[in-house]
Ligand binder design. Structure first.
Ligand code: 13P
Length: 233
């Protein structure tokens, strides 16, 4: 795909990277972001501060690992493998958010201590086994932890959040960090009770029915509230 065709997407990626750091879920040159395009994906370059990153710095990669432009993120393998295997998502966001990484340093998964855990697609958010950053082993571990999920923690490393869109992936990463913070705080009072699997099934079905967490203009109905005739949307 020609660079000019991806210009708007490149600009949006730079914006999301800056918002990732401004939101407090990442700092410095940690973290990386990718988006699916025809025949491959766009990915952030390695070790370039987001404040100085321009749309032209974004790297274009094929699924065979060849690329055009700067040196791609050291984590291009897990970005490639997730985008290749998961056709339900188009965006992979990785960051070192403090509370999610705190749990990941203890290899703690996030159980259903709060119903919002369901936004990641199941009754927990798993923690992947450790492997050196940038390796195929880390990619394999991440894919296993993401089975049936939209997010996972990475042991002694950070978190990965997925989405259909850049906005959705950023929203989920912030949500995973908020849940991690709540869970760390809840643990200070003892082990919190965990919602049973059948309740989490109801929660996830309800989230799907209501397009929970998606912007209001997204498809989906709320089966209780209905727009009044003649209202704006
Ligand atoms: P890159 O700058 O190479 O993307 O690495 C950052 C990182 O978080 C590695 O896991």
């Amino acid at each position: 795909m020609a660079t000019s065709d991806t210009q708007a997407l490149r600009r949006e990626m730079v914006d999301i990277c800056r918002r990732m750091n401004a939101s407090g879920i990442n700092q410095g040159t940690a973290g990386n972001l990718s988006v699916r395009i025809d025949g491959g994906f766009l990915i952030t370059p390695s070790s370039l501060p987001y404040e100085t990153m321009t749309p032209e710095d974004i790297v274009e990669m094929d699924f065979d690992g060849t690329y055009v432009g700067r040196r791609p993120s050291s984590e291009w393998r897990f970005h490639r493998d997730i985008l290749r295997k998961r056709d339900d998502v188009n965006v992979v966001l990785h960051c070192h958010s403090v509370y999610a990484t705190t749990l990941a340093c203890h290899y703690k998964r996030i159980p259903a201590f709060h119903y919002m855990v369901g936004v990641a697609g199941g009754n927990d958010i798993r923690c992947a086994a450790y492997a050196t950053f940038g390796t195929q082993a880390l990619s394999d571990n991440a894919l296993a932890a993401l089975e049936g999920r939209l997010a996972c923690l990475l042991g002694q490393h950070g978190q990965i959040s997925l989405g259909k869109t850049l906005e959705a992936a950023l929203w989920l990463a912030i949500e995973v960090e908020t849940l991690s913070r709540l869970y760390v705080q809840a643990l200070t009072l003892g082990d919190p009770p965990i919602l049973p699997d059948d309740e989490m099934e109801r929660v996830i079905a309800q989230m799907r029915r209501m397009s929970y967490g998606l912007p209001p203009e997204a498809d989906g109905v709320n089966d209780v509230a209905r727009p009044r005739a003649g209202s704006a949307c």
